[in-house]
Design a protein around this ligand. Structure first.
Ligand SMILES: Nc1ncnc2c1ncn2[C@@H]1O[C@H](COP(=O)(O)OP(=O)(O)OP(=O)(O)O)[C@@H](O)[C@H]1O
Ligand SMILES: [Mg+2]
Length: 268
């Protein structure tokens, strides 16, 4: 398999807390990788490092064979604008602009394309996410699920090779959440984009993942296919994947880690 993104012995430290501790990860071209982990386990941090919006304290990240650490500022900016797209938790639309203008924004800012061409591209992107008829609306006039779709259309405006999703179904009802999952799958299949998805929702994770990794205390404790994860006998994986109330995670909270967390200055 050809790697799209390679995370090579990456460490990230905030204050005295080592959030990521020498982790290795390869995301293959065309796959949908799901990153699981408890709140505060460093999932969003890992996403930001891979997206080149944050730098590691040690180790390196390569995108399509190129080290982000050795890129010039211009090259890195180009990677962030064109190489990847990010769907933020909130959708992060500009409220004063129509849905179409939100999607057109990266095209107007980062290309010299004429308005007539931008118009066509925006229509294609909106069609892909099922919002063709809603381009003229303002973000306040559409639902939460539609905002996510619009955010996704904008993330895809410049045809990125990798899409990062941070909690795409957070705050959505189960049906809308399933629709977003289907959209992620269909974009992956139809356009061949590589997808990296951070999620808490196990139903969603099982629907979309080709492969899953579980992040805990700065390291990957497990990685495998959805079936591997579902059938894992590792107590931590079992607790997380099946949402059990008893297991290493709750045990840890009851025992010494609370004190350690306080000493490390984290805010759980
Ligand atoms: N810019 C920052 N400065 C200082 N600490 C940070 C920063 N970003 C994240 N952290 C800390 O790093 C840890 C991991 O944060 P991160 O947001 O990556 O977790 P997460 O797994 O995405 O959590 P959640 O599921 O709640 O979104 C947390 O303890 C957080 O407080
Ligand atoms: Mg997060």
């Amino acid at each position: 398999m050809k790697p799209a993104i390679e995370v090579d012995h990456v460490t990230k430290i905030f204050g005295t807390r080592t959030v990521l501790d020498g982790i290795n990860l390869q995301v293959d071209v065309g796959e949908t990788l799901v990153i699981l982990g408890g709140s505060g386990s460093g999932k969003s941090t890992l996403l930001r490092l891979m997206a080149g919006t944050m730098k590691p304290d040690a180790g390196d990240i390569r995108a399509f064979g190129k080290s982000l650490g050795s890129m010039s500022e211009d090259q890195l900016a180009d990677y962030r604008k064109r190489g990847i797209g990010i769907l933020f938790q909130s959708g992060a639309l500009f409220n004063s602009m129509s849905v179409s203008d939100n999607v057109a924004l990266p095209l107007r800012e980062h290309t010299d394309l004429p308005e007539s061409t931008i118009d066509v591209i925006v229509k294609i992107k909106l069609e892909l996410v099922g919002l063709r008829e809603h381009g003229n609306k303002l973000p306040a006039q559409i639902s939460g699920g539609m905002k996510k779709r619009a955010g996704l259309a904008r993330a895809m405006a410049l045809d990125p090779r990798v899409l990062f999703y941070d909690e795409p179904s957070a705050g959505l009802d189960p049906v809308t959440s399933a629709e977003i999952d289907h959209l992620i799958i269909s974009l992956n299949k139809r356009l061949g984009v590589t997808s990296v998805v951070v999620t808490h929702e196990m139903d969603s994770a099982f629907r979309i993942a080709d492969r899953m990794v579980l992040l805990d205390r700065g390291k990957f404790v497990s990685s495998g296919s959805p079936d591997d994860m579902r059938n894992s006998t590792d107590p931590l994986v079992r607790q997380f994947v099946h949402g059990l109330t008893e297991g290493p995670l709750t045990q840890r909270r009851r025992e010494g880690d609370y004190e350690q967390d306080l000493l490390q200055g984290s805010n759980p």
